[in-house]
Ligand binder design. Structure first.
Ligand SMILES: [Zn+2]
Length: 284
């Protein structure tokens, strides 16, 4: 009888606990919308007590529409706890994600391509004699493989951004591994150089994601400047926002969208005029 009561009490507490998770998730989102402080350039809490916001069953969260969410690397990247029982949970990854580049330099990174617009983007970059780091999706690499080959030929760095852009922290280790491998195989068909950089979608990762990244001999590359370029169709506004945030060591995350592409000439000229050297992310 006593045990039954305890069970009831636990059952009653579960919704409360879940509600708490939702609230802390909202708080994290709010924080993420604020500008990253310069002090965070060096190492913004890779493993420092992540907020308990990972919620495997939270189907009501805004990113349920995964396809619509592509292009939304929201806010500061963060490490989340492994909540789905991991077949690898006994192993702890020592991988340190990269959040910034060297002092005096700035790296432009472009996620979620290639798309139908990437050939235009590559032309603009050539005209401006600038190299960037791409984080391509496996499913898109297959569809627009000419742009993958062209990016490699033009001397850009090609990194990997998963196959279908899921939030990997909501997946088991085995499912993360499957997703990782399938897209990497597709991308590797069109880039014969070793692919050594991985950026998890939404900047969301956990110990399983890190294990998979290091087992594949890759670095995990995040960012410290989120332009939220996907939320605007106004190229001038995007350029203004990027240039207002840029600082020494910035890794800027942008997306392969028409308005971002239109903003790029002003962004590149603006960064150079501030005296920063544009670099690509060093591959191993
Ligand atoms: Zn993305």
């Amino acid at each position: 009888m006593k045990r039954t009561r305890t069970m009831w009490a636990i059952t009653a507490l579960i919704p409360l606990a879940l509600a708490g998770c939702e609230q802390s998730s909202t708080a994290v989102q709010t924080l993420n919308s604020q500008k990253t402080a310069p002090a965070a350039l060096v190492s913004p809490t890779p493993a420092a007590s992540p907020a308990p916001s990972a919620k495997p069953g939270a189907a009501s969260s805004p990113d349920t529409k995964e396809q619509d969410s592509i292009g939304q690397e929201v806010g500061s990247p963060k490490e989340e706890p492994v909540i789905v029982k991991s077949s690898q949970s006994a192993r702890v990854s020592a991988l340190k994600p990269v959040f910034s580049v060297s002092k005096g330099t700035v790296a432009i990174t472009i996620d979620d391509g290639p798309t139908k617009d990437t050939s235009k983007l590559l032309k603009i970059l050539k005209e401006l004699d600038t190299h960037v780091t791409f984080f391509f999706l496996g499913q898109n690499a297959e569809k627009y493989h000419e742009s993958v080959s062209q990016a490699v030929y033009d001397g850009h760095v090609v990194g990997y951004h998963s196959d279908t852009h899921p939030q990997m922290t909501k997946m088991s280790y085995d499912d993360q591994l499957k997703e990782f491998k399938s897209g990497l195989d597709k991308l590797a068909k069109w880039d014969k150089n070793p692919i050594t950089l991985f950026r998890p979608p939404y900047g969301a990762y956990n110990n399983d994601t890190k294990l998979i990244t290091e087992d594949n001999h890759m670095s995990m590359v995040l960012w410290n400047e989120d332009t939220k370029d996907w939320s605007s169709t106004n190229a001038a506004a995007i350029a203004k926002s990027v240039l207002a945030q840029v600082q020494s060591g910035s890794i800027i995350v942008m997306h392969d969208h028409p308005s971002t592409i239109a903003a790029l000439p002003d962004i590149i000229k603006g960064i150079k005029s501030k005296g920063y050297k544009l670099v690509t992310i060093p591959s191993k």
